[in-house]
Design a protein around this ligand. Sequence first.
Ligand SMILES: NC(=O)c1ccc[n+]([C@@H]2O[C@H](COP(=O)([O-])OP(=O)(O)OC[C@H]3O[C@@H](n4cnc5c(N)ncnc54)[C@H](O)[C@@H]3O)[C@@H](O)[C@H]2O)c1
Length: 367
Amino acid sequence: MNQDTKHPTTVYLGARDIARIVRRKGLGACIADVARRIERDFLRWNDFDKSARVACHSEAGVIELMPIADARDYAFKYVNGHPRNTLDGLPTVMAFGVLADVATGVPRLLSELTILTAIRTAAMSALAARKLARAQSRSMAIIGNGAQSEFQAIAFRDLVGIRELRLFDVDTAATAKLAANLVGQGLKVTVCTSTADAVRGADIVTTLTADKQLATIITPAMIEPGMHLNAVGGDCPGKTEIDRGVLEGAAVFVEYEPQSRIEGEIQQMAADFEVTEFWRVLAGERPGRTSAAQVTVFDSVGFALEDFSALHFARDAAAELDIGSIIELVPRSADPKNLFGALGIEAPAGAAREVPAPAGANLAHFG
Ligand SMILES: NC(=O)c1ccc[n+]([C@@H]2O[C@H](COP(=O)([O-])OP(=O)(O)OC[C@H]3O[C@@H](n4cnc5c(N)ncnc54)[C@H](O)[C@@H]3O)[C@@H](O)[C@H]2O)c1
């Protein structure tokens, strides 16, 4: 699958292509690869032209565009969040994205990003937990057992060393699905009867709920010294999961502060509430966890740089495994100024094919 260098062609990776890549490489290996790329890209934070995502809100949900670029590549993701979609048989989150050349603007990759979002979100969460959770963390509660949950479970197993999961969802069928999908994955799974029951004794608490409201799923009474909270589901104005009392007593880490102030758990807090951008911890500029008893929160909302890393993973994996197809997203034309010619419209029969020179063009001959 070689791209034509003369004409602007684009690699297309659909959902089946990404699923094939995951089957060929293994989900754990894909998450680990994306985590390595996110770490590498976060360590060159200042190379990127960053902005908070552009959101279009409705009563039912949100549709967002997430752009980012370095000197070579431009990326964007289209993503939605519609918590009631599953009632109609649709996913809560759906996404696709593009990688383009900054030098020319040629779109080089058009890819599904629904599966890749689950992979990159899990990779990002595990990367954060590796720095922020206690080193000996072995048990994790997962509150919200929908589309993202298996990806988080595998990421925390492989990258953090989690061996026991305590599951809770208001929808018992979702929990049964997650438990069934994790059979044979080397994880001890306990189905719990409430959030408080699941959280009790857990080293790490991952919240993955979808509900368009200021929810307080995790309250101060549930918090034990040393817990790490991986708060993933609160990612939109008016959509949170953690009681503000929990945040007041914790060290809070975010991806990109200007976006997290609008969308994260910290939307509940004053504008000067102290948070640390996670890239500074990776770079060694700021401490992560400072004591075994400290409560840490990764206030995840999902940042465009994670999708930039995931799109590069997809591009490279597709080239390595020869998966995907070439599409002509940009019209093909021998003369780039002749876009009309790319329409393939035949000249009417008998019409003069010779083009008269513009008036004045031949003045030199008469001069
Ligand atoms: N931060 C990020 O980067 C990021 C990335 C992807 C998704 N998300 C968010 O993560 C959340 C989960 O996404 P998903 O794709 O798994 O959605 P999903 O709809 O597939 O699953 C959400 C689950 O949460 C459960 N739930 C709702 N309210 C609950 C409550 N009070 N207690 C327990 N369970 C509850 C639902 O029953 C459902 O099973 C969404 O809010 C989504 O917007 C964030």
